[in-house]
Design a protein around this ligand. Structure first.
Ligand code: TXA
Ligand code: MG
Length: 341
C-alpha cells in the first residue's frame, strides 16, 4: 500500500500525462513518503478535519500551478496555506489582536484567518493570487499536522475535487475526481467536520466573515466579544475563490431547497427524523441526522449529496434545516448547490 518506490520523483511537471495515483495509508511511513512527494513539488491529497485538501508546496509556484491544472480551475484564486503550529503561521502573516485571539481559541481547528502577509513570508505570489494578504490555517487533524510538520513548509491546499464539484470527505471521493492527476492520496478515513473551514479576515477594523464553515459565527463572536462584520466591498472585488462563487458545490442534479413534500421521482435530503409527504415515491432519500444534530449533519452533507446524485434523479429536494450554529455553513453550501448554472 505504501510502496511509492516505483514513482519517478520529480518526473511529473504540470503536463497532461496521466500518472498513477497511489492511495497511501496515513501511518508514520505513509506520512513520511507523502511529505517527501510534497517537498519534491508533487501534488498530494491529504485529510483535514473539514474536507480532503489538494496539497502542494506553497513556496513553489510551479507546484502551486499544478493544483490549478489538476482541479481544472478556470482561474487562479487565492489558496489557504496550511501550517502545523501557530508559531509557524506567525512567520507568514501579521496577526492583529483579533487574529491572535481567534488563533488562540480555535487553532488547531476548522478556522482560516486572512491576515496581511508578513514581509518575510515564503508563500509564493501564485498561492496568494498576488494579494497583499494571506490565508492561513492550522488544521485540527493530527494526521494533517504530522504531515505539515514533516514537510516543513507551508502547504497550499484547496478542497481536493475538480472545480465546481462537491468537496471530498473521503479518500474515495478524491479518487473519483482526481485519479491519474495527482501523485498520491493520504487516506485518513472520513473527515469529522465535513464542511470547509470558516474564513475570517483580520485586516484592520472589525473581523469580517468571508465564508461560514466549521467554526460557528456564535463561537467566533463569543471569543471576539463583538459581532463579525459582513464582507466589505474590497473583499468582493478580490478574485473571489470558487468557494465564494454562487454555483459551487454543485451535484449533477438540480437542487430544490425548502421542500415541504417530495415530488415523485425526486431524491430527498432529510433532517431530524421528519418524513415528508411523498417520500415513498422518492428515487432515494437520506437523513443527514435523524436526531437533529447539526454537527452530524455537516459531517454527512457532501457524502449524502454524492449518494443522492448517484441515484440519478433529476432533482434533489432538500427539507428545511435550522440555520443557527453549523446550520449557517450547511445553508451556505446548499444555497450554492441550488444556484442556477
Ligand atoms: O476547510 C478548508 O478550508 C479546506 C481544507 C483543505 O483546508 N480548504 C479550502 O480551500 O476550502 P479553498 O481553496 O476551497 O477555499 C479557500 C477560501 C476561498 O473562499 C478563498 O476566496 C479564501 O479562502 N481566501 C484565500 N485567500 C484569501 C485572501 N487573501 N483574501 C480573501 N479570501 C481568501
Ligand atoms: Mg473548494
Amino acid at each position: 500500500m505504501n510502496d511509492l518506490g516505483s514513482m519517478p520523483l520529480g518526473a511529473m511537471p504540470g503536463d497532461a500525462r496521466p500518472e498513477t495515483t497511489r492511495i497511501v495509508r496515513a501511518d508514520t511511513e505513509g506520512i513520511a513518503r507523502t511529505a517527501e512527494l510534497l517537498r519534491a513539488g508533487r501534488l498530494v491529497a491529504f485529510p483535514t478535519e473539514t474536507v480532503y485538501g489538494l496539497g502542494a508546496d506553497a513556496t513553489d509556484p510551479a507546484a502551486v500551478a499544478r493544483i490549478f491544472a489538476a482541479k481544472q480551475r478556470p482561474r487562479f484564486n487565492p489558496l489557504i496555506s496550511h501550517l502545523p503550529r501557530v508559531a509557524a503561521a506567525r512567520q507568514e502573516g501579521a496577526f492583529d489582536a483579533a487574529a491572535e485571539r481567534l488563533a488562540e481559541a480555535f487553532w488547531p481547528g476548522p478556522l482560516t484567518l486572512v491576515v496581511p502577509a508578513a514581509r518575510t513570508t515564503e508563500i509564493c505570489d501564485l498561492a496568494r493570487a498576488g494579494l497583499a494578504s494571506v490565508a492561513l490555517r492550522v488544521p485540527g487533524s493530527a494526521i494533517a499536522r504530522d504531515l505539515l510538520a514533516e514537510v516543513g513548509r507551508p502547504v497550499a491546499a484547496p478542497s481536493a475535487n475538480r472545480s465546481g464539484r462537491i468537496s471530498p470527505t473521503s479518500a474515495e471521493h478524491v479518487r473519483a475526481d482526481l485519479d491519474g492527476r495527482i501523485a498520491a492520496i493520504l487516506d485518513g478515513g472520513p473527515t469529522e467536520v465535513g464542511v470547509e473551514s470558516t474564513v475570517v479576515a483580520c485586516l484592520g477594523g472589525p473581523p469580517r466573515l468571508l465564508r461560514p464553515g466549521g467554526v460557528t459565527r456564535e463561537a467566533l463572536e463569543a471569543v471576539l466579544g463583538e459581532p463579525l462584520d459582513a464582507p466589505s466591498d474590497s473583499d468582493k472585488e478580490r478574485p473571489a475563490g470558487p468557494g465564494l462563487l454562487a454555483s459551487h458545490y454543485a451535484p449533477r442534479a438540480r437542487v430544490r431547497l425548502g421542500a415541504e413534500s417530495i415530488r415523485p421521482g425526486e431524491a430527498a435530503l432529510l433532517f431530524g427524523g421528519a418524513r415528508p409527504p411523498g417520500l415513498s415515491d422518492a428515487a432515494a432519500w437520506i437523513d443527514l441526522s435523524e436526531r437533529g444534530d447539526l454537527a452530524e449533519a455537516a459531517a454527512a452533507l457532501f457524502a449524502s449529496l454524492r449518494f443522492l446524485d448517484a441515484a440519478g434523479a433529476a432533482t434533489i429536494a432538500v427539507v428545511p434545516i435550522p440555520s443557527e450554529g453549523l446550520g449557517e455553513a450547511i445553508a451556505d453550501r446548499l444555497g450554492r448547490a441550488a444556484a442556477p448554472r
